[in-house]
Design a protein. Structure first.
Length: 290
């Protein structure tokens, strides 16, 4: 079992490394912060508390998804120590991969519920400047590039070094039963790896306007997700996909690591309003971090 976890962790790492090898438009990547190192199996494979207060309204036709379908999967709130229900749209399918992108890649804003307060129904009191139409968007070209890299580089290397992941068809998904969904809700091709692209809620996510350039979780493998969905799943933060998967001809230059705040990061829109002294929220009492 640990060999399988290492195999999938290597696959996740390859996804991140290869995506970090590309360039963006005009050669000016938006490199906000450095990714944070993590374990082979997130939280050592121990299940986090399940927050059921989030969305559960993505219920398209059953069975294998079609491009454009939206389904409810899971997202990680590492800062608070929870996993949440999240809606993702199937944006592309390759030979051995399905790319599902979260329908909400936004950073905190005044229309988003703030889970850090003790009052239910409270919203964030600021609009994070990273919601600029660039850093909260994944394009079709970026999805296509990720699929090409996965099928032509990542999966073959992983298969040669570690063998292939076991077939998981989704027919025994624990989460489907818990949510009252039909058992076939997560059904798909057993040899496809499900890639969930999300804005992972870590310390960087909750850092207003990226004022202190907190490191972020670039991606992770969490065996608990495999069990919930009865699929082979890897999760990638939207940042490395967005930063390095724009160019169809990646360079081999190393990824830029220098931390950048909103006011210094490249952007097509003005960030002049992003200077702020908004205090960094503190982690609520009793929360855990993976």
């Amino acid at each position: 079992m640990r060999k399988l976890h290492r195999l999938l962790a290597v696959l996740t790492s390859l996804a991140l490394l290869l995506s970090l090898a590309g360039t963006t438009v005009a050669g000016k990547p938006i490199s906000d912060v450095s990714p944070r190192p993590d374990d082979v199996n997130y939280n050592n494979g121990v299940a986090l508390p399940f927050n059921r207060a989030d969305v559960k309204n993505a219920n398209p036709p059953l069975g294998p998804g079609k491009i454009g379908d939206t389904k409810t999967w899971l997202g990680l709130d590492d800062y608070r120590g929870f996993i949440n229900l999240k809606n993702y749209t199937l944006r592309g399918v390759g030979t051995n991969v399905e790319v599902w992108v979260s329908t909400n890649l936004n950073f905190p804003n005044t229309q988003m519920l703030n889970p850090l307060t003790s009052v239910a129904g409270d919203f964030f009191t600021y609009d994070d400047c990273r919601n600029d139409g660039i850093r909260n968007v994944i394009t079709d070209d970026q999805v296509d590039y990720l699929i090409d890299e996965f099928d032509s580089n990542m999966y073959p290397i992983e298969s040669e070094w570690w063998s292939t992941p076991p077939n998981r068809m989704g027919n025994k998904a624990i989460l489907a039963k818990q949510l009252g969904f039909p058992q076939s809700y997560y059904r798909g091709e057993g040899d496809n790896v499900v890639v969930l692209v999300d804005n992972v809620r870590d310390s960087n996510f909750y850092d207003p306007n990226n004022a202190t350039s907190q490191s972020y979780i670039a991606g992770f493998y969490y065996s608990v997700f495999d069990d919930y969905f009865d699929r082979t799943v890897m999760s990638i933060d939207a940042a490395p996909v967005r930063i390095r998967c724009t160019s169809r001809r990646p360079s081999r230059a190393p990824a830029r690591r220098r931390a950048r705040s909103c006011t210094r990061a490249s952007s097509r829109t003005s960030t002049s309003t992003c200077c702020t002294t908004t205090p960094i929220p503190t982690s609520p009492a009793g929360s855990t971090r993976g």
